[in-house]
Design a protein. Structure first.
Length: 185
């Protein structure tokens, strides 16, 4: 799908995309809030609209037949959430072996409400030494995109304060499913 077609479709359905280009060839993008299956097609339209081949992490069960090949072709990377040990190491290796990679992660790890975010994106960005993009889908304003990048300091509390403040005005499709911006205590 071309950029113009994606822009046309986004416009026809009443959405406006925003884009601040990545500060380098390798990034991790947090996508929040993630409360609906509609987030995926909107995200794919955005991917084609901005022209960046964003990759995305999803639970491995999404990659089974019949949709597996399609999801991989759309940039998906299967994550086995039942065996989390080694996932960050494998993703860091992907950052080390690719000249360019922009990986999108929904830190909630689910479309349902969770009591905290999963911290994998944070550890991945720190270990790979890459900036984090703050991606969003705001249903109230009908806007989506990545408009801010940050370098994590290693002070999780301070970094989460910045992230929390950024997402404070973003509205999910289902507000009761949005998870609070915090890591497990």
């Amino acid at each position: 799908m071309g950029r113009r077609l994606a822009a046309l479709i986004l416009g026809l359905i009443g959405w406006r995309a925003v884009f601040e280009p990545p500060p380098g060839p390798k990034t991790v993008v947090v996508v929040y809030p993630h409360t609906s299956n509609w987030d995926f097609p909107l995200g794919m339209l955005y991917r084609f609209w901005c022209g960046i081949e964003f990759r995305w992490a999803g639970k491995d069960t999404l990659f089974r037949w019949p949709m597996g090949a399609l999801f991989r072709g759309l940039g998906g990377i299967p994550i086995n959430r039942r065996a989390p040990n080694g996932t960050i190491g494998r993703l860091v290796e992907a950052f080390e072996t690719n000249e360019s990679i922009h990986l999108c992660i929904a830190p909630e790890g689910t479309r349902s409400r969770a009591d905290h975010w999963k911290s994998g994106f944070y550890h991945l960005a720190r270990k790979a030494g890459v900036p984090v993009g703050l991606g969003f889908i705001d249903y109230r304003q009908r806007r989506l995109g990545v408009e801010r990048w940050m370098v994590l300091t290693g002070n999780q509390s301070a970094d989460l304060d910045v992230i929390r403040a950024y997402y404070a005005g973003k509205s999910p499709l289902y507000s009761e499913k949005a998870s609070p911006v915090r890591f497990k205590a």
